[in-house]
Design a protein around this ligand. Structure first.
Ligand code: SAM
Length: 311
């Protein structure tokens, strides 16, 4: 199997996000710059994306409040993610922001950024010029680099070009990415990060509890689109998700399924979005939430008390 179907999952995720934003689930002024196409999705899917985006955002905020002005973000399999621009809009300072994806994906992202004054102005406001190649772009503190993250030596070279600082507290993000990567490659990546970075937090959002009928249907749909789920065995349950951090030299780990995450989001926010679309039955949504999780891992002492419950 080639990598094209895996790259195409970015189109699907971005279209789903754009559709949910359009309906008012959350605000994102930049997603329309990357995604023109909208397809109507089921209310369960929209609520699932709401929980995903808001859940991840909550951990990003927790990281930033602890990391301070040296904070650095490395987003693996970033696709058309807009977090860089959303943080800038909120006036949040990041010392360095690096997005990584396959070169085919980053080249189209770079192309869209290059032709969009609003996106460019926000990057520019940092300092100096923006350098483009066909697959990469580098500015003062924003870098978009095309590399297969299974290729560690090229990844390391590209991160150097992106001026990643191994001493800065670093947030690693992976939203529905590691499941497409062979376990030994993910293990090597996690070991490499643990050996290089002094202080960091990894936020991984992806599937869990896949060994039931619902999981079979979910995986069957992805496989039918030609996606090789090479890392699926780490998604067996919450424990397998956490284990890979501990086995690969990370100091600690915690994980929550999306039922826990959703019901710990502010009640007023949930009530607001639950009025956007009528849900025939709650059961399907709960099943969906039971099959996804957020797993965090940390390096060093700075992030040991990051939690979700007390928000
Ligand atoms: C489901 S999409 C998610 C995109 C984005 N993280 C989001 O949540 O909107 C998965 C992304 O991971 C990227 N990806 C998967 N395997 C990769 C690899 N080995 N190297 C680089 N990117 C990869 C795909 O190209 C795709 O953009």
């Amino acid at each position: 199997m080639g990598d094209e179907p895996v790259m195409a999952t970015n189109d699907d995720a971005s279209e789903c996000k754009r559709g949910a934003v359009q309906l008012g689930y959350w605000q994102d002024s930049y997603i329309t710059s990357f995604v023109k196409h909208i397809e109507k999705r089921a209310p369960e899917i929209n609520r699932g994306y709401f929980a995903r985006v808001k859940g991840v955002e909550r951990f990003v905020q927790k990281f930033l409040s602890k990391a301070g002005s040296l904070a650095q973000i490395v987003n693996f399999g970033a696709g058309y993610d807009t977090l860089y621009w959303r943080l800038k809009e909120e006036g949040i300072h990041i010392s360095n922001y690096v997005e990584i994806d396959f070169p085919n994906v980053t080249s189209s992202k770079c192309y869209m950024i290059k032709r969009n004054k609003e996106l460019l102005d926000i990057i520019h406001d940092q300092d100096g010029e923006v350098k483009f190649s066909s697959t990469d772009m580098h500015s003062g503190n924003y870098h978009c680099i095309g590399v297969d993250i299974r290729n560690l030596s090229l990844l390391e070279t590209k991160l150097q070009q992106a001026e990643v600082n191994y001493s800065s507290p670093t947030l690693f993000l992976a939203e529905c990415v590691l499941v497409y990567i062979e376990n030994d490659c993910v293990n090597r990546l996690l070991q490499w990060i643990a050996s290089k970075f002094k202080s960091g937090l990894f936020i991984n959002y992806e599937m869990c509890n896949i060994n039931d009928t619902f999981g079979d249907v979910m995986l069957g749909n992805l496989r039918a689109r030609g996606c090789n789920l090479a890392g699926i065995s780490s998604c067996k349950n919450i424990d397998t998700q956490k284990a890979r951090f501990l086995l690969n030299g990370w100091q600690g780990t915690k994980a929550w399924d999306m039922v826990q995450i959703y019901y710990n989001l502010p009640a007023c926010e949930r009530q607001r979005i639950e009025k956007i679309e009528f849900l025939d039955e709650q059961e399907l949504l709960i099943q969906l939430f039971q099959h996804y999780c957020i797993c965090i891992g940390w390096l060093g002492q700075d992030f040991t008390d990051v939690n979700f419950e007390e928000c």
